[in-house]
Design a protein. Structure first.
Length: 251
């Protein structure tokens, strides 16, 4: 699977890979680039079926999405990188750090969980999208990503993310929902060797702070950080998250 990607920043700097949430694209990280480009070369990519990446028939597993990233790193001759992922991208990061520790230098996990407590909601969402398309769920999905206060203050941002969801390939979105329905990375966490920072949004109802705390507790030596915002805290609290990423990734 040849993923769409964007590589930017100082050509000789250490590489940081940024992994997106379900339903978003490389645009998710725009606000972080000015900070990251000071010290890092940044590799952004789209999950299969998202943005400019091709799709494939589902269902998918987290293993499939992580293998896509490893294939991309091999194609770009990047043997070892740091990785920062939000939500689905964070779960891919957990898999990579646990199963391919030689490839991951440092790790940041934002608004991510290691276990989907119940599969059915994800299976229902996958069936809905396969039947009616991503446009049918775009507004409700995006509404759960931000606090009401942020939606009132920045309605154009929330609207742009809803439009973004509606552009995702139906099967790509549904296949990733299938991957989330079967998610259980709890056995991987104790094996993660990369220094890890876990970030949670105070008002995140999709992946609540206690779930992020559980991830941090299971990864040896991991730090835990609470920031303002809901599920897409990397957007709503971009300055806070950028500061945490910059400090942690820079060692």
């Amino acid at each position: 699977m040849k993923l769409h990607h964007e590589l930017s920043g100082p050509p000789d700097a250490p590489v940081v890979v940024l992994g997106n949430s379900l339903g978003t694209t490389t645009a998710l990280w725009e606000a972080h680039l000015p900070v990251l480009h000071r010290r890092f070369r940044v590799l952004r990519y789209d999950h299969r079926g998202h943005g400019g990446s091709p799709t494939a028939p589902g269902p998918y597993r987290i293993d499939d999405l992580a293998d896509d990233v490893l294939e991309l790193l091999d194609a770009l001759d990047l043997p070892r990188v740091s990785y920062c992922g939000v939500s689905l991208g964070g779960m891919v990061g957990m898999w990579l750090a646990g199963h391919a520790p030689e490839r991951i230098e440092r790790l940041v996990l934002c608004c991510a969980v290691a276990l989907s407590p119940t599969a059915q909601p994800w299976l229902d969402r996958a069936a809905e999208v396969r039947a009616w398309g991503t446009g049918a769920v775009a507004t409700s999905v995006a509404r759960h990503w931000f606090t009401g206060e942020f939606a009132t203050r920045c309605p154009e941002v929330v609207s742009a993310f809803a439009v973004g969801v509606s552009t995702v390939d139906d099967e790509g979105f549904a296949g990733c929902c299938d991957a989330l329905s079967a998610l259980d990375l709890r056995s991987v966490l104790p094996a993660i060797e990369a220094p890890t920072a876990v970030v949670a949004g105070v008002y995140d109802e999709v992946t609540p702070p206690h779930s992020g705390w559980a991830v941090a507790e299971a990864i040896p030596g991991a730090s835990f950080h609470l920031v303002r915002g809901a599920h897409l805290a990397v957007v709503e609290a971009a300055e806070e998250v950028s500061a945490i990423m910059d400090a942690h990734l820079g060692g």
